[in-house]
Write a protein that binds this ligand. Structure first.
Ligand code: T1G
Ligand code: NAD
Length: 708
């Protein structure tokens, strides 16, 4: 079947786009559509035409794979959809867009060039381009405000979130919702409008408002973008383009303004980083030795052991996906406490309009509290989330091995402990795996899936698939201490603490990383997670510390004073009753005293040094992890950091960022730190090699891929 096919149902032409998997407007598709429209215009027997997508969706946009070729100059093609859209709009016979699945980006722009749009009830429409660091580039910022009005038009283009068919109907983006067979409904609709005069969206200016009406809309949109999409250029560019639609005298001039803004965004580092993330989120699902089609174990029921900070959130994640889940605790008080937290979390989500009361009630019914393992015999998967101690975990896994049915998956939410040692407490190590959720587990998207030596391919494939079902991004990692995320986070937070001990203020360190784009600075993050968690782990691993190698000292001292962070009202910061962080001069004095007593020279430290030491500490450890094979690709590390550690998407992740800076420059900077700060900054061999070969981590993946 060709990319675009023209068929006829008597006097109605049907143009079907067939470019699986998502009918993207890849080379050949716009040309095919244009050709079909020309035929429709020329064929007197045709009274109207329908454009529809084959497979699961309408057109999901431009072919994102083409963008890299454009920005690298490999193709001169560009995003030349406008001529096709004008051809459709100028067709003298009604062109009806029949939408199912998603009409996203160029797909919605195509739809809006039609004279009518009809959709299935489950269809979604949207301009998600800003999530790729670009803006609509085929008149979306010009036609959408003409259909939906300026306020909604600017919102949809600036935040990039899709809307459902029902809302699109209310807004005037689509003209009718078709229940049942879409093509049948489209043919009936086409016969209704055949022969009627066509309406060109580009000439519908009645919703474009006046400058007085629009000024507050654009001001609010810019303020919202600066707050919610901090540091991103595309949302502000999208607002400029929609504003151009309302201000410039002609549609064509508006399109020209859009084209300029689109091109600026497309060639930006932000967009390259965000497109890397788009494909990265799909790439991480591919495990070279666990191919698509590997058998999986059905997970229709689950159980969680431990209803503390993590256990409760994990139980909610399963319930939210409609999977009944047992929740076990040691005693009623702990169980009640865990359930109360779950109740509170759901109530907050209902209050914020994220869930309905009915959804909450139904989900709560799926969470079965228990104090025994009696019902564990029938569940498909168990996730253990008890205190972080090897002895206790092995005791629990011994129990699970006795009570769970053959074939049940036994997973641990440990954040640092050895999965193989935990598995050794069972007679079925092939069924044991790590499922490392991030706090709050019902919110954070990341799930590190930790492969044990014996973890079977079925168990791995099942967990990768399940992660998508429970709304997570599953990334497969190796079983080393702290796995990937926490192992890298150690050096990152170490450098942050060292910088404070050397004279930088707590606020300066946090501000530098916040301005870099991190969701939260490293000191405030420590206070949020609880400084005692790291303290307990440092004490557990004190015996592994190398004599003579500098270790952070201030955070342990703060913990000895009972300053665990938000949970005790004070840590690196003091906290008011709303848990707002307040800089604490007492901490500054104490740290200065401790640093001086430890002989650490106090000095002025630049913002640039703060960022380089923290971010390059991540990169250097990431390179070690890659070389040791605990991460499959550098993009896996990037996706872990974006979805688990608040790393900015517009920088693509630590490894992508390093490639953007250039590994030679990164390596030279790390060598400087190595000279100044000693062996903790020994450059990772892989980093050294790639820098000397003028390569990047992206090359390492290719070489690995080729080797695999
Ligand atoms: N271009 C190229 N490949 C795409 C693609 C696209 N637009 N969308 C998806 N894919 C690939 C994806 O990489 C994966 O490949 C496979 O299709 C299945 O995707 C001019 C400039 C539509 C909601 O941003 O949001 O139009 O991994 O796993 O979960 O103004 O894909 O199998 O090899 O995501 O069912 C705007 C992006 C483009 C929509 C389906 N459009 N896509 O989700 O499948 S910019 C978008 C999605 C633009 C114009 C501008 C989702 C989906 P592989 P999947 P899914
Ligand atoms: P927590 O102290 O909040 O909760 C642990 C719960 O386990 C307690 O309620 C305790 O009563 C219960 N428990 C202990 N022994 C039990 C048993 N035999 N049967 C049933 N319940 C039992 O701890 P947490 O922060 O939820 O951490 C749990 C696990 O998750 C740890 O391994 C931790 O390393 C890991 N983890 C924690 C975080 C985090 O941010 N807190 C993030 C990722 C992973």
């Amino acid at each position: 079947m060709s990319l675009v096919e023209l068929t006829k149902d008597n006097e109605i032409a049907i143009i079907t786009v067939n470019n699986p998997p998502v009918n993207a407007l890849s080379p050949g598709v716009p040309e095919g559509i244009s050709e079909c429209i020309d035929n429709v215009c020329k064929d007197p027997s045709v009274k109207a035409a329908i454009i529809i997508g084959s497979g699961s969706t309408f057109v999901a946009g431009a072919d994102i794979k083409e963008f890299g070729k454009i920005t690298s100059g490999k193709t001169q093609r560009g995003i030349a959809f406008l001529p096709m859209l004008i051809r459709i709009e100028d067709c003298s016979k009604p062109v009806i867009m029949a939408i199912h699945g998603t009409a996203f980006g160029g797909g919605l722009e195509l739809a809006m060039a039609g004279h009518y749009r009809i959709a299935s009830p489950s269809a979604q429409v949207g301009q998600p381009e800003v999530k790729l660091g670009i803006i609509p580039g085929a008149a979306g910022t010009q036609r959408l405000p003409r259909l939906a009005g300026v306020a909604k038009g600017v919102e949809l283009c600036a935040d990039g979130n899709p809307i459902k068919a029902a809302e699109a109907l209310k807004l005037g983006i689509i003209d009718r919702i078709i229940e049942g067979d879409l093509l049948k409904g489209a043919l009936a609709f086409a016969r209704e409008v055949a022969g009627k005069p066509t309406r060109k969206t580009r000439e519908r200016n009645e919703k474009l408002g006046t400058p007085e009406q629009n000024a507050p809309i654009f001001a609010a949109a810019r303020e919202n973008a600066r707050k919610k999409q901090r540091g991103l250029m595309a949302p502000l560019a999208a607002i400029d383009a929609v504003e151009a639609a309302t201000k410039l005298p002609t549609f064509e001039e508006g399109c020209e303004a859009e084209r300029k803004l689109f091109t600026e965004c497309l060639f930006s580092d932000q967009s390259k980083a965000m497109i890397h993330v788009f494909f990265g989120e799909r790439e991480v699902a591919k495990i070279p030795d666990v191919p698509k089609g590997t058998a999986t174990i059905p997970v229709n029921s689950a159980a969680v052991v431990g209803a503390g900070t993590m256990g409760g959130g994990i139980a909610m994640a399963f319930a939210n996906a409609g999977i009944p889940v047992l929740l076990k605790e040691t005693d009623q008080a702990a169980l009640d406490k865990g359930l109360a937290t779950i109740q509170k979390n759901y109530a907050n989500s209902v209050k914020r309009g994220r869930f309905t009361q009915q959804f909450m009630d139904e989900r709560l019914k799926l969470i079965q509290p228990t104090l025994s393992y009696d019902d564990f015999g029938s569940v498909d998967m168990v996730i253990e989330a008890v205190f972080e101690g090897m002895a206790l975990k092995k005791e629990v896994f011994g129990q699970l091995d006795r009570v769970c049915k053959p074939g049940s998956i036994l997973a641990s939410n440990t954040s640092t402990l050895n999965i193989d040692e935990i598995a050794s407490a069972t007679k079925r190590p092939a069924a044991v795996i790590g499922t490392h959720f991030f706090s709050p587990a019902n919110v954070m998207r990341l799930l590190e899936i930790v492969r044990g030596k014996a973890s079977s391919k079925e168990v791995i494939a099942t967990c990768m698939q399940l992660s998508k079902k429970i709304g997570k991004i599953g990334v497969l990692v190796g079983n080393c201490r702290g796995f990937v995320g926490n192992r890298m986070f150690g050096p990152y937070r170490r450098e942050a603490q060292f910088l404070v001990e050397e004279g930088a203020s707590v606020e300066a360190v946090d501000k530098a990383l916040y301005d870099y784009g991190m969701a939260m600075g490293p000191m405030a993050t420590g206070d949020l997670a609880g400084l005692d968690v790291g303290w307990r782990i440092r004490k557990e691993f004190r015996h592994t510390e190398k004599p003579g190698v500098r270790q952070p000292l201030a955070e342990d001292r703060l913990c000895e004073l009972g300053r665990y962070g938000q949970k005790t009202g004070a840590g690196w910061y003091k906290y008011d009753s709303e848990r707002r962080a307040i800089p604490d001069p007492e901490v500054a004095q104490m740290v200065k005293k401790w640093g001086t007593e430890a002989g650490i020279p106090q000095r002025q430290i630049s913002k640039e040094e703060i960022v380089d030491r923290c971010i390059y500490a991540l990169v250097n450890e990431g390179a070690r992890i890659l070389e040791e094979g605990y991460a499959l690709r550098s993009v896996d590390i990037d996706i872990i950091y974006l979805n688990g550690y608040g790393f900015p998407g517009h920088r693509g992740g630590p490894m992508w960022y390093a490639d953007t800076v250039g590994l030679k420059k990164v390596y030279e900077r790390i060598c400087e730190f190595h000279k100044q700060h000693g062996e903790l900054w020994e450059p990772a061999p892989l980093l050294k090699r790639l820098a000397e070969e003028g390569k990047g981590f992206a090359d390492f993946n290719k070489d690995q891929g080729a080797a695999a």
